[in-house]
Design a protein around this ligand. Structure first.
Ligand code: COA
Length: 655
């Protein structure tokens, strides 16, 4: 029988080798990552028709799905999501993809997915529709369902198929957290069948799997038990309780919709998948999803601020001066992200607490003793400052004292490598004032991290009037190299984040001075969508720090105020166990929240000064664009991502 004619494809290459094995390569044109666009899926439909025909006349033994890019498939094409949100288009598009993936699964010949790099969202759903999955066990390979971060859940049948392969507990956990799993974890859960050490082995192992007609086994009964009867309701309740601790259903409906779907259909993976489209469509069309997509693209855009191509610098050694909370945590973070770090302070007694905190962080994040021990080895106490001369980046994070900072940089500029970044983590002193006495003031930039360093993704890269574009871009490159998101900010009091936070926090503090309940104000801000209320935030930041930033920004704190008195009494918040709240075991002891008829409206009122100030900062050119302000405030303060940032929220009349 003549081989059916295959229409040309732009997203895929297909060839059959002499053994009769088909090699299907996804290659999204003109893009750094592969995605499942509508066009790619339509082409795949034609290809699958082709496989069906070839399998019938036995000219094709099986197919290996692969990518020649560094990543496998980064999911459905998010750039199409706005257009795809149309309820007139989406349900049929989803059902069509479901039919396509079902046809792949129903092929009589083995289809093997070979995975390297990112295998995410729709990419994982496609892999799960294949019969067998092989992944490279390396640092670059990550497997997961990040959909909840975009306000949706898997929509190509992945909810059911992941439960079939991994059992309900692990699969739901993966979908609800959006976590990117390491290959070993994905293998342990059953999302992947086999691991290889190197990408070069994928071809050979893929071939072997086809020839051996490998078929992945679904999760065993022990794992699946939790999907049945009352166990399922119990599990759904537990997951809902967990979700409530982290998110508000009104703000982030996707996890709750997924749990509801699981509770109703989770006992039968096919019914779970079949129920997906109806629950998916309203989520995709929601304001939350649109705003979370915006956050995704803004965040991707920040990556472009670093130096690229041949100019892209490499960073290996970091020297941090000042082992206090910020300096110590910055040093720990850099070591966690693979840099060799020297941490300098006056003596070992001052450095030791930072090293102890670092160990805790390494254990929490890296888990494996080998990885923890190498991170510990990468972070070196350096009371004499010997590491400075070898460092690619020098970060000063000592007390906010102009003279001390000036003398540190006067010394550093003479000893540091000529191309090393010299950066201060000052949160309130204008850069020009520190730089002006230096032999070359253009070398000093600001790298302003946020507390807690391990949690807040933002680094404000501060630009003084002396800096060149290249030196600021190099600072952004460094922030990216340690996995942070840089926003370039003009040197001006409070930069962006402290400047916009302060009127919001002080506004709330004033209301407490007038007799309002801190618990009520905090609950209102959280009901609006902030991760933490303003009074609890002030206690967390430290009342002394809050007061000095307030002064730097020209906000008056009357001596007779409760705020000033607390500072005078050394009741500085969380770190001293007492501030506006009493703190025990790192938690604020709160009284019952008084009732209020409309908490979100009160929250909105509290947040208004923050939004006003963001508008002013943009008008003054503190950041390059309103978009940078939105993403900077989200990443630096946790401002409600589902609203898309303060300016987007105002534009939508939500703040
Ligand atoms: N759809 C459309 N575009 C995507 C995409 C997707 N699913 N995933 C990545 N991209 C784009 C990014 O927007 C960026 O585009 P740009 O260069 O025009 O800014 C580019 O691909 C990524 O390039 P880069 O930043 O160099 O890649 P990376 O190695 O830093 O990160 C990923 C790659 C895949 C880890 C990261 O982009 C990611 O997490 N993507 C989202 C995955 C996702 O949520 N998928 C589920 C969709 S339902």
């Amino acid at each position: 029988m003549a081989e059916p004619i295959l229409p040309p494809t732009r997203n895929w290459h297909f060839e059959i080798d002499l053994e009769g094995i088909g090699w299907l390569t996804i290659d999204t044109p003109d893009a750094p990552v592969n995605t499942l666009s509508r066009a790619a899926l339509e082409e795949l439909e034609a290809l699958v028709g082709h496989f069906e025909a070839l399998a019938r006349d036995r000219t094709l033994l099986g197919v290996v799905l692969k990518s020649d890019k560094p990543g496998f498939i980064a999911g459905a094409d998010i750039t199409e999501f706005d257009a795809m949100s149309d309820p007139a288009v989406l349900p049929e598009a989803l059902r069509r993809t479901h039919r396509l993936f079902d046809r792949i699964e129903a092929l009589p010949i083995p289809i093997v997915a070979t995975i390297r790099g990112a295998c995410l969202g729709g990419g994982l759903e496609l892999a799960l529709a294949c019969h067998y999955r092989i992944a490279v066990n390396d640092e670059a390979t990550r497997i997961g369902f990040p959909e909840v971060k975009l306000g949706i859940f898997p929509g190509f049948g992945g909810t059911g198929r992941s439960i079939r392969q991994a059992g309900p507990v692990d699969a739901m956990q993966a979908m609800l957290t959006g976590r990117m799993l390491k290959p070993g974890a994905a293998r342990g859960m059953g999302l992947v069948d086999k691991l290889v050490r190197h990408p070069d082995q994928l071809r050979w192992e893929g071939r072997k799997a086809v020839l051996a007609d490998k078929r992945s086994a679904p999760a065993g009964l022990g794992k699946r038990l939790m999907a049945f009867g009352p166990m399922r309701s119990y599990l759904a309740k537990r997951m809902r309780d967990e979700a409530k601790k982290k998110t508000n259903r009104l703000h982030y409906p996707a996890p709750y919709a997924l749990i509801d779907m699981f509770e109703t259909h989770g006992g039968d993976w096919k019914r779970m998948s079949a129920a997906e489209p109806d629950a998916f469509v309203p989520l995709m069309a929601s304001e939350t999803a649109a705003n979370l997509r915006r956050v995704f693209f803004l965040s991707e855009g920040l990556k472009k601020q670093g130096l690229r191509g041949a100019d892209k610098p490499t960073f290996q050694r970091v020297h941090v001066i000042g082992a206090g909370v910020m300096g110590g945590d910055i040093a720990a973070w850099c070591a966690l992200r693979g840099m060799a770090v020297t941490l300098q302070d006056l003596d070992m007694a001052r450095i030791k607490p930072a090293l102890d905190r670092a160990k805790k962080l390494f254990r929490k994040r890296l888990k494996k003793p080998v990885a923890v021990n190498s991170a510990i080895a990468r972070l070196e106490a350096d009371p004499q400052g010997l590491g400075l001369a070898r460092a690619d980046v020098v970060i000063e994070a000592v007390v906010e004292n102009l003279e001390i900072k000036r003398s540190i940089f006067a010394d550093a500029i003479g000893r540091a490598k000529p191309d090393a970044i010299l950066a201060t983590n000052t949160s309130s002193i204008e850069l020009e004032r520190i730089a002006e006495g230096l032999s070359d003031p253009s070398r000093l930039i600001g790298l302003h991290f946020f507390n807690p360093v391990a949690q807040l993704p933002l680094v404000e890269v501060i630009r003084s009037q002396f800096n060149t574009d290249a030196s600021v871009a190099k600072g952004a490159s460094f922030a990216l190299a340690i996995g942070k998101s840089p926003v370039i900010v003009k040197s001006a009091p409070g930069f962006l984040v402290n400047r916009v936070l302060m009127p919001y926090m002080l506004g709330a503090v004033n209301r407490v001075e007038q007799g309002e309940s801190p618990e009520l104000l905090d609950a209102a801000a959280v009901a609006f969508g902030m991760p933490m209320g303003p009074i609890e935030l002030m206690d967390t930041v430290g009342l002394d720090v809050g007061r000095s930033v307030a002064a730097e920004l020209g906000h008056d704190v009357p001596e007779t105020s409760r705020f000033a008195k607390l500072v005078a009494e050394g009741k500085l918040g969380r770190k001293t166990g007492q501030g506006f709240y009493r703190w025990e075991d790192g938690k604020a002891r709160k009284s019952d929240t008084p009732s209020h008829p409309d908490l979100p409206a009160l929250g909105r009122e509290l947040v208004r000064p923050l939004v006003d100030e963001t508008e002013r900062a943009v008008a003054e050119g503190i950041v390059a664009s309103p978009e940078h302000a939105d993403i900077g405030v989200i990443f630096g303060t946790g401002f409600a991502p589902f609203l898309g940032g303060p300016l987007k929220a105002r534009q939508d009349n939500r703040a």
